[in-house]
Write a protein that binds this ligand. Structure first.
Ligand code: GLU
Ligand code: MG
Length: 450
């Protein structure tokens, strides 16, 4: 993707009659927040950023700041934009957005900035001679709101059914157009298993861009739904009686020249490097879940026999394994070699999630871990003893349990750094408490908010 310059961004902003430019960041609950600058002041703010109270990082998804994490009304960072993320927003008038890093007043990346954490992890990868490409596939629910306020799915189509394609076509066509205008490349779109459930996938990109584009996608989904008077939810489990929404992430690992896919093996299957990378991810899954399935609602989705993965294992073409190695494409065997993490949903902060997944994989490579045997059946069909024998332990069954696992994972805690890890755990535990007594409120909250 061509890099943006200041001149090019300002010229585009003028050409499109932009009034406001949103300076956006993603909080620890995966919510996109920000402040907008007027166009005349945008030029200066490209360098100076916009001030943000540090305490915003301790906000939970109920908009309650967690002072226990050590934050209050004092202390500021700057929202400093990455020019390459500049986009004219197609779903609102005269508005553009940029994605930002959280920069401390000493001009260094703030220790609690998730986007900067991902960049640091990529440096770690670089030190091992590799770079990472990634792509998120997002599942979501689309519905209409009746005059009595009831939500009805836009279709009752079968999985991949053409009825769902037809009923969703006004949305999907406009969505593809809006994404292309914002420089995203769409791979596929189709109706999923649930009523009104749809899925879109975006081409793989270098890790930070993949996260940026996933945020652009999430914003566009919501913006377009509003424009078309539809109800949308990317929550992991918006309705108890319908399939959950995953947000699977695909990863490939490339050598320093970007020429050789390190996961690829001429004879088929995963390379030795790939095995170590997968072994690293699988070994950290219990704690990693707190980051990749980071809401109370996530654990309604993460159940056996729902293709969301509920056991810490990996397998070739296995949609019940937490790490799936998909089949490769004819004639593009090396280019298409990748791994998919399935225990992940749209309540993530993508930068934090990808940083921790990559860190886990690299841990396996550094330690030369050997991978457990790939699982070639639905692990839910095995007895407890059989699962124990192959090391396919159940993943945590609640956010609370996942947070306990994260706290016990010294490597992941160190990867995040004390300040970020403790704030994340405090914020997330506050949500565990907030929803502990009211399951209906929890469902409604996540359905609406994500
Ligand atoms: N909806 C499933 C999930 O929650 C995924 C189905 C699929 O394999 O695409 O992850
Ligand atoms: Mg799917």
């Amino acid at each position: 993707m061509t890099k943006r310059t200041k001149e090019d961004v300002l010229e585009t902003a003028n050409k499109f009659g932009i009034n406001l430019v949103r300076f956006l960041y993603v909080d620890l609950c995966g919510l996109v927040r920000g402040k907008a600058s007027s166009l005349p002041r945008f030029k200066d703010r490209l360098d100076t950023g916009i001030g943000l109270v540090k305490g915003m990082i301790a906000m939970n998804s109920l908009d309650k700041m967690q002072s226990d994490a050590g934050f209050g009304p004092v202390g500021e960072v700057r929202l400093v934009p990455d020019l390459n993320t500049f986009a004219v927003l197609p779903y609102v008038n005269n508005t553009a957005s940029v994605l930002c890093d959280l920069i401390d007043l000493d001009k260094e990346a703030w220790t609690l900035c998730p986007r900067s954490l991902l960049k640091r992890q990529l440096k770690e990868a670089e030190a091992l001679g590799v770079s990472i490409q990634a792509a998120f596939e997002t599942e979501f629910f689309l519905g209409t709101r009746d005059f009595d306020g009831r939500v009805t799915p836009i279709d009752t189509s079968v999985c991949f059914g053409t009825d769902g394609m037809n009923r969703g076509s006004k949305f999907s066509n406009r969505l593809v157009d809006y994404l292309h205008r914002q420089r995203l490349q769409v791979e596929q779109y189709y109706p999923e298993l649930g009523h009104g459930q749809h899925e879109i996938s975006i081409s793989h990109m270098p890790a930070v861009t993949a996260c940026d584009q996933y945020i652009v996608l999430r914003e566009t989904l919501r913006g377009l739904a509003l424009e078309q008077d539809l109800v949308i939810s990317c929550a992991p489990k918006p309705f108890e009686d319908q399939p959950g929404n995953g947000c699977h992430v695909h990863l490939s690992v490339w050598d320093q020249y970007g020429e050789r896919n390190m996961l690829y093996r001429d004879e088929g299957g995963l390379s030795e490097f790939g095995m170590q990378f997968v072994a690293g991810i699988v070994s950290h899954l219990p704690g990693l879940c707190a980051i990749t399935c980071p809401s109370v609602n996530s654990y309604r989705r993460l159940k056996p026999r729902s293709w969301s993965s509920a056991f810490a294992c990996w397998g070739y073409e296995n949609r019940e394994a937490a790490v799936r190695v998909p089949s490769v494409y004819w004639g593009h065997e090396m280019a298409s070699s990748n791994i998919e993490v399935k225990c992940i949903d749209s309540t993530i902060n993508p930068y934090l999630a990808l940083a921790c997944i990559i860190a886990s994989g690299l841990d396996g490579v550094r330690k030369k871990l050997s991978a457990p045997n790939p699982v070639s059946c639905d692990p839910a069909d095995l007895s407890d003893a059989e699962r124990e024998e192959i090391g396919a332990a159940p993943l945590p069954t609640s956010l609370h349990k996942a947070l306990v696992e994260l706290e016990a994972d010294v490597y992941l805690m160190k990867t995040m750094g004390n300040a970020l890890a403790n704030t994340f755990i405090t914020v997330k535990n506050s949500e565990v408490q907030a929803f502990a007594l009211d399951a209906d409120y929890e469902l409604l909250h996540h359905r609406m908010r994500y």
